[in-house]
Write a protein that binds this ligand. Structure first.
Ligand code: ZN
Ligand code: ZN
Length: 262
């Protein structure tokens, strides 16, 4: 279906390209801003329709604005995704070949780990097996800082996890590369990494559910049971959304304001 795109659609798309990822609240504010700037009527509950119109025009270019959930706080996010590339080539303009090799190694560590994290020590050690130009310790540390700044990785006390942006944008790649290791959430069917999810303790079941999805699914149920095997769900049901307060990356809002201004 081909729909006409107005200036407001174009402005929305340009801003999203500049910031990479935006949460739902910011997307709503941006939608309002774009409509106001170009004197278009803005219907607050029509954001998804507005994005669908943009997506119908992006489709021939194998691009798409995709919605995904943060495993951290359960909030919805929007990211511009290149559907044609199932590799991490989309990052090649920003990173050198050996940096991309180390990013791939970091992905390997995170996906194959029990808890969805990789320690800085393990990442530093993995430079020993690099086939491209080996990164020095200081270069590796600098690269990790950049990957966090560019919102591909998150860091907490020396432990690295995949960011929401990375999970939304790299989902086709991760699913293809790590078919046997990747588990999906039984509720929302997106990739689920530990420790941001709960697992059914029935050994013949073992489904995973994201913490925010657990909170939503079991809300108000007196005796929680596994949606797959009907066994008792023994985990504590997180209190949503209070338990998942968002920790925003610094300067994110400033950057968004800067790009939406004018
Ligand atoms: Zn889920
Ligand atoms: Zn179960």
């Amino acid at each position: 279906m081909s729909r006409l795109l107005g200036d407001s659609h174009r402005r929305f798309l340009q801003t999203l390209m500049a910031v990479g990822i935006t949460d739902e609240q910011e997307a709503r504010a941006l939608y309002q801003h774009c409509c106001d700037t170009h004197k278009m009527p803005c219907t607050p509950d029509k954001l998804d329709e507005f994005i669908e119109a943009i997506n119908s025009r992006l489709q021939p270019m194998f691009m798409q604005i995709r919605k995904g959930m943060s495993e951290e706080n359960g909030h919805q996010y929007y990211a511009l995704v290149n559907m044609a590339e199932t590799d991490i080539t989309r990052m090649t303009s920003d990173y050198a070949d050996n940096e991309l090799e180390l990013f791939r190694k970091t992905l390997d560590l995170i996906v194959s780990s029990e808890n969805g994290t990789a320690s800085s020590t393990d990442i530093l050690n993995s430079t020993d097996t690099m086939t491209s130009k080996k990164l020095k310790k200081s270069e590796t540390e600098h690269l990790l800082t950049r990957l966090v700044q560019d919102k591909w990785l998150c860091e907490r006390r020396g432990e690295y996890t995949l960011s929401t942006r990375c999970i939304i944008e790299m989902e086709p790649y991760i699913r293809t590369m790590y078919q046997d290791q990747v588990k999906v959430c039984h509720i929302c069917h997106n990739i689920a990494f530990q420790p941001k999810c709960q697992i059914c303790e029935n050994p013949s079941c073992g489904i995973k559910i994201h913490n925010p999805c657990v909170a939503r699914y079991f809300k108000g149920r007196v005796e929680p049971r596994c949606p797959a095997c009907d066994d008792f769900w023994p985990h504590e049901i997180p209190d949503f959304p209070a338990a998942f307060r968002e920790s925003r990356p610094p300067n994110k809002d400033k950057k968004l304001q800067k790009t939406t201004a004018s």
